[in-house]
Design a protein around this ligand. Structure first.
Ligand code: ASP
Length: 406
């Protein structure tokens, strides 16, 4: 594992370096072949993570929940997990609202022509439709969820299997053993993917850096820097302080041992795709018992999104500033709740926050055209918010383990 950690860091640094070289020398003879190769290797890495994701979530939750048992400790794990998820997302949104109200990026800025967004607007949903679709979407044919990679109903189904194995006692023992053993098989495959991770991360980072547009960045740089600043406050001060307060794990220990998962989150922009690595660092580097990590982490990768929550709040205020609307306190309170709902509803995949962002804008009566302005910089900002999402999940598993005394 130590070698893999080190290789992932080396891969990331080399990827960033190659990305800059390709950006600076677009006429280089090797530009096209290298870019194509990196695209291929990056996609291969993401595809291999997606391949293992669904069976891993399925078996890990069953094993986690069935190992929890039906006692008081298990109800504590549920309770503390949900309290942690909601309170850290609420803190993230409050920081975003506070900083955005202080810095006010976008005020007085003139956008010459708003880009058109027919594609994005077509996908927009009202809050009511969104909520009913979300609730109805919790239950689905498990075989269909497995084949289509629909994670949320899969989580619910796996939790139900885990709980029923507990309540069956002896009668469920044989099935439990099978699930335990299949979970170990999945972990073995995750390990092989981790060996390839440095190459995948190298490829993803080089193509990401190469594709950034400096022009657009300079136009919206105040907003980009404000969002990155908010993410840093949350990810470098708030989350590590909470972790230290509850567990005495220092920020350096968190970042050092969690590095493979954070770098993968940064490179893939997907909490879900990073889940195999998050589980692996939680179990191997932090020795979190499976009964906690296998429940908290898959659920966290799906609903606990601090980075997305703070981004949705910040982006809505930025758009309001751009169009000259001063959102009153009551509207910012609505924004607080809608940003929370939107981030819980966003799946852990790249730019998912952009889709639910449309709903936030709609509820606040802000122009949906603004999405086209946000979209081009989303690849960059998504990397940061996904890293914070994953940091929040891992910290959650560590805190829940500590306070439920497991
Ligand atoms: N990409 C983020 C994640 O996977 C979700 C988002 O904010 O778009 O956690």
């Amino acid at each position: 594992m130590n070698n893999i950690n080190r290789n992932i860091l080396i891969g990331a640094l080399m990827g960033v370096a190659l990305g800059f070289i390709l950006k600076i020398y677009p006429n280089w003879l090797l530009y096209e072949p290298l870019l194509e190769l990196c695209n291929l290797l990056g996609q291969l890495f993401i595809k291999s993570l997606k391949m293992i994701l669904v069976p891993l979530v399925f078996f890990s939750i069953i094993v986690g929940v069935s190992n929890l048992g039906g006692n008081k400790k298990s109800s504590n794990v549920w309770k503390f997990t949900l309290i942690y998820f909601f309170s850290t997302m609420a803190i993230a949104i409050c920081i975003a609202l506070l900083v955005m109200n202080l810095v006010n990026p976008g005020v007085g800025m003139i956008i010459e022509s708003w880009p058109s967004t027919p594609e994005v607007i077509k996908n927009t949903m009202s809050l009511k439709d969104f909520l009913s679709q979300f609730i109805l979407g919790l239950f689905a044919n498990p075989f269909q969820s497995l084949s289509s990679g629909n994670i949320l109903p899969l989580i619910i189904f796996s939790i139900l299997i885990g709980v029923s194995l507990n309540s069956l006692g002896q009668k469920g023992l044989a099935a439990k053993k099978v699930f335990d053993s299949l979970y170990e098989v999945m972990l073995k495959i995750v390990h092989w993917i981790m060996v390839f991770a440095p190459v995948g991360i190298f490829a993803l980072l080089s193509t990401m850096i190469e594709s950034q547009s400096a022009e657009l960045f300079s136009q919206l740089s105040i907003f980009v820097f404000t969002v990155i600043g908010i993410i840093f406050i949350h990810g470098i001060i708030v989350i590590p302080s909470l972790l230290y307060f509850f567990t005495k794990i220092t920020p350096l220990q968190l970042w050092k041992n969690g590095k493979p998962a954070f770098i993968s989150a940064f490179a893939t922009s997907s909490s879900a795709a990073t889940l195999p690595l998050t589980l692996s660092v939680a179990n191997d580097n932090f020795k979190v018992p499976k009964s906690v990590s296998n429940f908290v982490l898959p659920l966290g990768a799906t609903i606990n999104m601090d980075g997305t929550a703070l981004y949705e709040a910040a982006a809505a205020l930025f758009i309001a500033n751009l169009v000259g609307i001063d959102l009153a306190l009551s509207q910012q309170l609505i924004l607080f709740f809608i940003a929370m709902v939107a981030s819980i509803g966003a799946p852990g995949i790249p730019s998912a926050g952009m889709v639910t962002m449309a709903m936030v804008l709609q509820v606040l009566g802000l122009p949906l055209e603004a999405l086209a302005l946000l979209l081009p910089m989303d690849r960059l900002l998504d990397t940061f918010r996904t890293t914070i999402n994953v940091e929040g999940d891992l910290t959650g598993a560590l805190i829940v383990q500590k306070i439920s005394k497991l």
